[in-house]
Design a protein around this ligand. Sequence first.
Ligand code: PEP
Length: 247
Amino acid sequence: MKVIAGNWKMHMGPAEARAFLGGLNVEAVPFDRQLILFPPSLTLVSLAADPARDGRVRVGVQNIHWEDQGAFTGEVSAPMAAECGATFALIGHSERRHVFGETDEEVALKAAAARRHGLVPVICVGETLSERQAGHVDEVILRQLDAVIPELREAEHALIAYEPVWAIGTGETATPQDASAAHTTLRRRLVDALGPKKADATAILYGGSVKPGNAAELLSAPEVDGVLVGGASLDPHSFAQIAAAGA
Ligand code: PEP
C-alpha cells in the first residue's frame, strides 16, 4: 500500500473542492493506493461531508493547536477537526516551522493532541538548503524525529513525511537516491526506538515538487512508502496521475 497525500495549503475553498471531487477519477487509481487530502480547515467541513467524496479519499487537517479549546484566536483543535471528519493531521509542515516559527516542542505537543483525539499524525521533517550544504541532513531530520518519538511510542498509527525544505514549491526535487537515503536514516531510528514491527508499519512519505512526471521513480525508490504533494495536488487530473504512477 502506497500513500498519496495532497496538501492544498491555503488554496481551494468549498466550491473549488467540490469541483475537484467531481474531476477526480478515483477508479483510475489502483486499490493499493491510499488517498488523503489536506484541505484548509474551512473547506474540510464540507469536503469530509460531501456525498461525492469516494470512501477511498480520506481527509486530514493541515494544522492543529495542542490545546483542545481556549483563548487561541484563529486556531483549530484536534477534537474539532475530528468532529468535522478529519482522520489525519499534518503536523510540523515546513511552512509551519519556517514561516510561523513552530518549534520541535510544539510539534510534539500537537502530535500528542492528535493522538488523544484519534487523529493519525503525519509528522513532517526536512532540512533547509543551507543545512544540506553543510552536511547536516541526518542531524536535522533525526532531531526533528526524536522530538516526537515519545508520541510515536504511544500512538497506534502515525506517518512521517520527509520534505526537504529546498524542494517544496520550488520545482527542485530530491533524487530518488537522496530520498531513499533520508528515509533509510529515519527508518533506522524508528526501528531502534519503536521496534521493527511498528517501524515497518510507519509509512515514510516523500514530499517536494512531486509531479506526474517524477512520481513513478520516487514511489519506486527503496523506503519510499508514498508521497505528499503540494502544488500538483490542486488539479484532480495530475493528482490522479500521481496516485496511479508506477502501479
Ligand atoms: C508540500 O506542501 O508539502 C509540498 C511538498 O509542496 P510541493 O509539492 O508544491 O513542493
